[in-house]
Design a protein around this ligand. Structure first.
Ligand SMILES: [Zn+2]
Length: 172
């Protein structure tokens, strides 16, 4: 349901979209309109196996761009998604392994809450095209991921330690 066309900035990624009245995500700080638009991107991803090959990058980046305080689910989400971003961006891990990596991280949690940086990058999901060549969408997703990951720079050493102590080491 649109209210009156007014734009509202997302508290997570700052995108400005026409305000919507829609349910809030339980543990991500996103505007209802941002969450709905993210759903459109996910739908496009799920519909194309070539996009699914890098899908985890999209999910991780969105999550760490929308951290939400000390809800235990938020802490777990941010911790896990930062760890996989580290593996993908710094170790060249294959995003199609993402689900398996996450399962291991949930089973052996090593993370704790981090103070989230602000702002968290300049790029947003709006920079990932919904149509066209999946390779362009892949490149755009990696650029977005890289931008948001860099915004967490002060926590990179901690995340790298988490990755190492989860047993992923250098082989991941
Ligand atoms: Zn957002």
């Amino acid at each position: 349901v649109t209210t009156d066309g007014l734009e509202a900035a997302c508290p997570g990624c700052q995108v400005r979209l026409p305000a919507l009245e829609a349910p809030q995500h339980p543990y991500m700080a996103c505007s209802p309109a941002c969450w709905v638009r993210y759903g459109d991107l996910l739908a496009v991803q799920y519909a194309d196996p070539r996009r699914m090959a890098f899908h985890q990058i999209v999910v991780d980046t969105y999550a760490v761009q929308h951290p939400d305080g000390d809800d235990p689910r938020a802490i777990q989400s941010v911790g896990i998604h930062l760890m996989t971003l580290c593996l993908f961006l710094e170790r060249g891990a294959n995003p199609s392994l993402g689900t398996r990596l996450h399962r291991r991280m949930v089973d052996r949690p090593v993370f704790h809450q981090l103070d989230s940086p602000s702002p968290r990058g300049k790029l947003t999901m709006l920079d990932v095209p919904l149509e066209g060549d999946p390779e362009l969408a892949r490149a755009a997703s990696y650029a977005w991921a890289d931008d948001v990951w860099k915004s967490w720079q002060t926590h990179h050493p901690t995340v790298r330690e988490w990755v190492a102590s989860s047993g992923f080491g250098l082989q991941a």
